[in-house]
Design a protein around this ligand. Structure first.
Ligand SMILES: [Zn+2]
Length: 325
């Protein structure tokens, strides 16, 4: 840094930063990343969306999602107990979709993970479509459930326009290179009056605002965009959707995320260790024993925190049901 230069800080205004979503200039620094300006997060002063300062090159992004992201042959990622929890959360999602649309309807799951929602709905008489970036995961879905999901980006998919009754895009939008293109594509694929269920981490929640990079869901550089309620509402409305309901409580993402932020403060230098250990990205059994014990004590408090935040509409996620106008 040049002599006399002042380090950038969260809140600084950068009048020339170009927003890739609305095309206007000017943004405020939200995260000043210690590993370099390219990983900074800025919030557009016009549309309110948050984004990495620069979009990383495609090859670099592909390297973040190497095939081992879904570790085992059948696409499982976590220990057995957590896998059971994931299956339960997916079956609840399937039920939520059923409440909006009867069997026989067409459901599209964008970035369909291990295909658990689609498999449940197919068993219950729905026509199911899915997309997935990982070839390994797509093959696992075909082998396990007999469902052919498209491998690739949604905007390139050859699905028929106005053919989908319900589209779901859960924890995907923040990973895309062009979230507006995804939302406009979904709008085109949905039938008039069709439903969209979107969920993203809530970058406006108190944990994100207070704990900076210790918030699990900044997930830089996997997450290229970040949404608080103002930003997501702007994006959905601009894409032609009418908002029906918004929730911010998530048993799946909330308490663990808050607990992990607290653990990060208690164990400096081991950021996101518990999550990384459970995901198989890091191994240190003595440290795991200590953090799992402390985390177990913190989890009920974290749950309480999430309940309080969600009552104020500032929980850890934004779950939005909206309709094609
Ligand atoms: Zn903008």
């Amino acid at each position: 840094m040049a002599a006399g230069a002042v380090a950038a800080r969260a809140g600084d205004l950068e009048p020339e930063w170009p927003c890739r979503v609305c095309g206007q200039r000017g943004g405020r620094l939200v995260i000043a990343h210690p590993e370099g300006r390219r990983w900074d997060v800025l919030r557009c002063a016009t549309c309110g969306l948050m984004a990495l300062r620069d979009l990383p090159p495609m090859e670099e992004v592909a390297a973040f999602y190497q095939e081992d992201y879904y570790r085992s042959e059948d696409g499982r990622r976590f220990p057995a107990l957590m896998e059971a929890a994931v299956a339960w959360f997916r079956s609840r999602r399937a039920r939520e979709i059923q409440q909006r649309c009867p069997p026989g309807s067409t459901v599209l799951d964008v970035g369909c993970g291990r295909g658990l929602i689609l498999a449940t709905l197919q068993r219950r008489g729905y026509r199911v479509l899915g997309t997935q970036l990982s070839l390994t995961a797509a093959r696992a879905i075909r082998a396990r459930f007999g469902i052919h999901v498209l491998v690739g980006e949604l905007p390139e998919a050859k699905f028929e326009a106005s053919s989908v009754d319900v589209a779901v895009i859960l924890h995907v939008l923040e990973h895309t290179r062009d979230p507006m293109l995804y939302l406009r594509t979904l709008h085109r694929l949905l039938k008039p009056g069709g439903w969209l269920l979107v969920e993203v981490p809530n970058a406006g929640c108190p944990t994100a605002c207070r704990y900076g990079l210790d918030w699990l869901h900044w997930d830089i550089p996997h997450h290229l965009y970040h949404f608080d309620w103002a930003g997501l509402k702007w994006a959905l409305t601009a894409a032609g959707f009418e908002i029906a309901t918004v929730r911010t409580f998530s048993l799946e993402y909330g308490p663990f995320g808050v607990m992990q932020a607290w653990l990060n403060r208690l164990f400096p230098g081991r950021r996101h260790f518990l999550y990384r250990h459970l995901s198989g990205l890091e191994r240190d059994l003595p440290m795991f024993a200590v953090q799992a014990a402390v985390g177990g004590l913190l989890l009920p408090l974290a749950l309480g925190r999430c309940v309080v935040d969600s009552v104020r509409s500032r929980g850890e996620v934004l779950t939005v049901w909206c309709r094609k106008r």
